[in-house]
Design a protein around this ligand. Structure first.
Ligand code: FES
Length: 122
């Protein structure tokens, strides 16, 4: 397993951190240590994976669309009406679709597996 490493945050900041398993456009699953309290979109972006996230997390663009592993769907907080409305504008929307900017990193999502959805490239 490989990972993209471009973030300027010291590795020791990630000791015991939750980990996200993110499949990028290269088809490779990247293991991304995450900071609790960050948004999943921010973690993906900071580690250098290709996610547009045009509105910066304001739930206004749907360019942070991800497909969550179905095994995780029921373990995440449900989407808000605003997130559901925004997903209506996304491409290739599925039952497991979420906006990564609406998912907060917590200890409970350690091991969350997801894939970047098409149409969210920078
Ligand atoms: S970054 Fe725009 S909706 Fe998530």
């Amino acid at each position: 397993m490989s990972r993209v490493r471009t973030a300027a945050i010291a590795d020791d900041a990630y000791e015991d951190a939750p980990v996200l398993l993110v499949t990028g456009r290269d088809g490779i699953e990247h293991r991304l240590p995450a900071v609790e309290g960050w948004r999943v979109m921010e973690v993906i972006r900071e580690w250098g994976l290709d996610i547009k996230a045009e509105c910066g997390g304001a739930c206004a663009c749907a360019t942070c669309h991800v497909h969550v592993d179905p095994q995780w769907a029921d373990r995440l907080p449900p989407p808000s009406e605003e997130e559901i409305d925004r997903l209506d504008e996304a491409f290739d929307v599925r039952e497991e679709s979420r906006l990564a900017c609406q998912l907060l990193v917590t200890a409970e999502i350690d091991g969350l597996r997801l894939r970047l959805a098409p149409g969210t490239e920078r």
